[in-house]
Every structure is written in structure tokens, then in C-alpha cells.
Design a binder for this molecule. Structure first.
Ligand SMILES: C[S@@+](CC[C@H](N)C(=O)[O-])C[C@H]1O[C@@H](n2cnc3c(N)ncnc32)[C@H](O)[C@@H]1O
Length: 215
């Protein structure tokens, strides 16, 4: 991705604003490799920097049946397929599938089909309710003890959704996953980490509603 995508939207600095930066992509790739992931679900393709990082990890790990499910309803309309074309030119379409429906519909479909993932990366709508719903389904799709990585946790909408799962459902932060992140400064000066990685509890559990912790 050093050369950038083949085309971008007609907005100044769009690639730099939208895509996951190179350093975080490298850390995401290394995290997936350390995890030995074989199946990954990704929400939000855009310019595919993160998708290329995940694809590189799956190719490096080289398990028998690697699968990379990517969900993005706006890849064609908004991004003229720039991200998907990059994945294809890297040969990663051999293991990747693009679902062009909103994640709130694609994720329950995957769950219904019995798809199980080792890990997920979430960089989709960023609206509180849509992130919350993504995480609701991903905790059922990603296996117990698996990994869920969030981008843009420095946005209050994203952070608040994630906090429910951290405070109530036993998700634990993997603080070593994105070194140097705690001192980040996000959009509009929001302080905090951009990327956050969580380990799901193993075994999975459902808490009583009486144990709800406000967050
Ligand atoms: C910040 S961009 C993702 C950037 C990407 N990770 C990269 O490295 O280039 C957010 C993406 O989420 C997609 N998106 C928005 N709403 C979505 C939804 N409801 N379901 C899935 N993807 C969505 C957008 O089309 C956009 O491509």
C-alpha cells in the first residue's frame, strides 16, 4: 500500500483520512499471525489497507482452509471497488469473500450459516448502534478465546459501544497488541487509543441481567 490505491473519492486527503495507517496495519498483521488465525471476519473494506494486512497474515500462517470474509455495502458505490481490486491484484481473492450488504444483515447471515471465526476486525459504520450490533453478532461468530480488534476506539460512539462488552461480557484488552497507542490523539482532539484488541472469554457465558454494570 505504499503507492496508495488506484483511485480515491474526490475529497482531499480521503485515503489518509479513511484508511488504517501503515504502522497499525503492520501491528494488526503481526497480531493475526501470533494468533495463528485461519478464519477472519472484517467489517469495512474501503481502500483495503487493513484487508491487505489481514490477507498477508492469513497467507503467512498458511493453515489448510484460510477464509477472510469482508463486509462492505458501499465498496462499489463509494470506492469504485478500489479496495477489492487491490485485494484481487494481490491474489487474495482466492481466500477472501466480499459481502455487499450492511454488517447488521451480513453478520446474522454468517451466524445462521454456522460460520465460526478465529478473529474479527471492525472498522465499519462507526455509529454507536451499528457498532454495538456488530459486536453483538461477532461475539457469537468468533470462537470462545478468539480475538476482536476495533479501529477508531478514540471516537466516543465506537468507544461507548465497546465499553459495554468490556465491562459486562468479560472481554479483556490485549494491551501489548498495539504498542504506543495509549497516548494517541484522535479526531477532534479525542485522547485515547486508535486500535484496541480484545480476547473473548473462554468458555463463553451469558450474564444475568441483574449483574448489569453501567459503563
Ligand atoms: C473507515 S472505512 C474502512 C477503512 C479500511 N479498514 C481501510 O483500511 O481502508 C469504513 C468502511 O465501512 C464501510 N461501512 C459503512 N457502513 C457500513 C455497514 N453498515 N456495514 C459494513 N460496512 C460499512 C464504509 O463503506 C467504509 O468502506
Amino acid at each position: 500500500m505504499q503507492d496508495g490505491p488506484p483511485r480515491t473519492r474526490d475529497q482531499e486527503g480521503d485515503f489518509e483520512t479513511v484508511t488504517v495507517p501503515e504502522q497499525h496495519c503492520d501491528q494488526l498483521r503481526d497480531l493475526m499471525i501470533a494468533e495463528g488465525a485461519e478464519t477472519v471476519v472484517e467489517v469495512g473494506l474501503a481502500y483495503a489497507s487493513s484487508a491487505l494486512a489481514i490477507g498477508e497474515a492469513l497467507a503467512t500462517i498458511d493453515r489448510p482452509n484460510p477464509r477472510h470474509i469482508i463486509i462492505d455495502p458501499f465498496q462499489k458505490r463509494e470506492f469504485s471497488n478500489a479496495g477489492w481490486d487491490l485485494l484481487c491484484s494481490a491474489g487474495l481473492d482466492a481466500i477472501a469473500t466480499l459481502m455487499v450488504t450492511p454488517s447488521s444483515l451480513a453478520l446474522p447471515q454468517l451466524l445462521t450459516e454456522g460460520f465460526v471465526a478465529d478473529a474479527a476486525f471492525v472498522d465499519g459504520s462507526h455509529r454507536f448502534h451499528e457498532v454495538f450490533v456488530d459486536l453483538y453478532f461477532l461475539r457469537k461468530i468468533v470462537r470462545p478465546g478468539g480475538l476482536i480488534v476495533i479501529d477508531d476506539d478514540w471516537w466516543p460512539s465506537v468507544h461507548t459501544a465497546v465499553q459495554y462488552y468490556e465491562k459486562n461480557l468479560g472481554w479483556t484488552v490485549i494491551s501489548a497488541a498495539f504498542p504506543g497507542e495509549t497516548a494517541g490523539v484522535g479526531p477532534k482532539g479525542n485522547r485515547g487509543a486508535r486500535c484496541k484488541a480484545y480476547r473473548l472469554p473462554d468458555p463463553a457465558f451469558e450474564p444475568s441481567f441483574e449483574d448489569f454494570r453501567a459503563f
